[in-house]
Design a protein around this ligand. Structure first.
Ligand code: HEC
Length: 248
């Protein structure tokens, strides 16, 4: 009973809150505009995901061949460019790393990302991937604004550069130079802030797609349903007219 009341309470709270805040930290979340009909964005996102995330995380509900079809790529293109390791086109997206090893290296097993967009929300993901910052008190040298003490390293440090927290808690981008990667600094492929936002948006768009792959079809189907309703309304109108004619 207590459980039910709690669930109900949380549901109401969730529905009633118009602004998105991270539940755990209260940090404001930047909103991202997700567009599952933007195939080019989904393809760029898939590329980023396969190259940068699948080494640690799996997406074990998602099959490569279904993804190919949904985001407008041929199976050959996916086989050639997006499948690393020993996975086959009909397989689900697994990782080569053994969970035990991951646990040893990071202290936690990187979670499966199949439904992460539904679990965390797209705004959370968008903010998470843009708010890693240098924190020398942490074993991995970085921290995250929305996921405090996240054991995940800053994957896109070369693209985004490193953020530092100023005395007001605001993040300032200080480029690729950092205490962590001093020797690797000045690699020279840092991109602008707006380019980085687009990169993260594409990636989040892709994660939104894999967390609900049939939504793409539903959206397409929606247009037909609307057309049907429209057509039916017209027919109903003329039927009504025809029926009432006899009564008058
Ligand atoms: C080097 C390994 C590694 C790579 C590569 C990596 N992650 Fe992670 N990730 C982790 C670990 C470890 C955690 C768990 C953090 C924790 O619980 O403290 C994590 C956590 C996360 C979470 C939070 C999950 C939750 O608990 O809700 C998200 C989201 C995420 N990663 C997304 C990504 C994305 C997207 C990429 C690709 C750009 C990526 N990760 C690449 C190791 C990695």
């Amino acid at each position: 009973m207590k459980q039910t009341i709690y669930t109900l309470f949380m549901a109401i709270l969730l529905l009633a809150s118009p602004l998105s805040y991270s539940a755990s930290t209260g940090v404001h979340l930047d909103s991202v505009d997700i567009d599952l009909s933007d195939k080019e964005s989904l393809q760029r996102g898939a590329n980023l995901f396969m190259n940068n995330c699948l080494s640690c995380h799996a997406a074990s509900y998602m099959r490569y061949n279904r993804m190919a079809r949904d985001i407008g790529l041929s199976e050959e293109e996916v086989k050639e460019n997006l499948i690393f390791g020993s996975d086959k086109i009909g397989d689900t997206m697994t990782i080569a790393m053994r969970p035990d090893d991951a646990k040893k290296w990071f202290g936690v097993t990187p979670p499966d990302l199949s439904v992460i967009a539904r679990a965390r929300g797209t705004d959370w993901l968008y903010t998470y991937l843009r708010t890693f910052y240098i924190d020398s008190t942490k074993p991995i040298g970085t921290n995250n604004l929305v996921f405090k003490d996240s054991a995940m390293p800053h994957i896109f440090w070369q693209q985004q550069g490193y953020m530092h927290q100023d005395e007001n808690g605001q993040l300032v981008n200080k480029g690729q130079k950092s205490t962590v990667d001093a020797e690797k600094s000045n690699v020279g492929n840092q991109i602008t802030e707006s380019e980085y936002n687009t990169l993260v948006r594409d990636l989040v768009n892709f994660m939104a797609y894999i967390s609900e792959p049939s939504k793409i079809q539903r959206l397409a189907m929606g247009h037909w349903v609307l057309l049907y309703i429209l057509l039916f309304t017209v027919i109903a109108y003329f039927m009504k007219k025809a029926f009432w004619e006899d009564i008058h």
